[in-house]
Design a protein around this ligand. Structure first.
Ligand code: NCD
Length: 309
């Protein structure tokens, strides 16, 4: 593996290996002193053209726990504001001799574009509405550990599917490891190619989450949405919001995921977000372990010294 750009193009065995590696790293995160020398001397650069709280911070923590340097380029303060194009920014980063680039961009395909132009590993931290593979992996790890397996589970992804890169990475990752994926939401928020995806589509919430083992709730991606796709936020919430009441249709042991940021009272009620069924905080912790696994795999951790304390 040189890059991690999509789960669609990542082999099932590579996904399994990344999840196993992440599970092994969870122990390090629980230590009082969270520091191992695994990636000492390596440097990761993060470039986020879109805002982020969880993803950028957890990449940075993952790198630092493994003793790699973590350098963030804040796009608002970079030469991008002077008109530098993506290609020139990428070539600059390559010349700086970083060992790995983590990129988030509003255009689908931006991470692929970067990977084709620079020789170092590239991790897609979200490209437009296309994919967000590390989010897909951390969702899979959370589900696998809560339920003991992925194979045969019924996972309902609810909400704004068409604008969601999280949904696409979940669909490819989960189905490759044997889960049954349902997409649930209004037809205006379903991707036009839904019939070519390995999923079942539901436009009714109760039917879509009936008996589901996992409900993964998505934010309305208003920043990517054309006007007129929804009658109103209130109407959306009434028909597709996950509340304690609507969740009764799911399996009694259902777990609820949300990639964040949450819009409480819109796609998910505060009661559900804070309930025992919610795995949202576990997802965030698992994000660090998954990103450690990705950085370790791509930055050649195997060849690095691991014996020193
Ligand atoms: C998601 C993203 O940016 O794609 N958030 C995240 O990475 N945790 C989902 C979202 O913004 O709603």
């Amino acid at each position: 593996m040189k890059d991690l750009l999509t789960l669609r193009e990542t082999a099932a065995d590579d996904i399994r290996a990344l999840l196993d590696t992440a599970e092994a790293f969870q122990e390090i995160i629980k230590r009082p002193v969270k520091k191992v020398p695994t990636l000492r001397g390596r440097a990761m650069i993060t470039v986020f053209y879109e805002n982020s709280t969880r993803t950028r911070t957890s990449f940075e923590m993952a790198a630092k726990i493994m003793s790699a340097e973590a350098i963030n380029i804040s796009v608002a303060q970079s030469s991008v504001t002077k008109g530098e194009c993506l290609k020139d920014t990428m070539l600059t980063l390559q010349a700086l001799k970083a060992d790995c680039l983590v990129i988030r961009h509003s255009s689908s395909g931006a991470a692929q574009f970067a990977a084709e132009r620079i020789g170092i590993p590239v991790v897609n931290a979200g490209d437009g509405r296309h994919e967000h593979p590390t989010q897909g992996l951390l969702d899979m790890l959370t589900i696998k550990q809560a339920k003991g397996r992925l194979d045969g589970l019924n996972v309902a992804i609810v909400g704004d599917i068409t604008h969601s890169r999280v949904a696409r990475s979940n669909i490819w990752g989960l189905t490759k490891l044997g889960a049954n994926v349902r997409l649930v939401g209004p037809s205006t928020l379903m991707p036009p190619d839904a019939d070519r995806l390995p999923v079942k589509v539901f436009n009714n919430l109760k039917e879509g989450i009936a008996g589901a083992d996992v409900v993964n709730v998505l934010r309305l991606q208003l920043e990517r949405m054309d006007k007129g796709l929804l009658p109103s936020i209130r109407e959306y919430s009434r028909l597709f919001g996950i509340s304690a009441n609507s969740l009764k249709a799911a399996d009694s042991d259902v777990i609820v995921l949300h990639p964040g940021p949450l819009n409480r009272g819109v796609e998910i009620s505060a009661e559900v977000a804070d309930s025992a069924a919610s795995a949202i905080e576990t997802q965030i912790s698992n994000g660090v372990a998954v990103r450690m696994a990705v950085l370790y795999t791509l930055m050649g951790g195997a060849g690095a010294p691991t014996t020193e304390v």
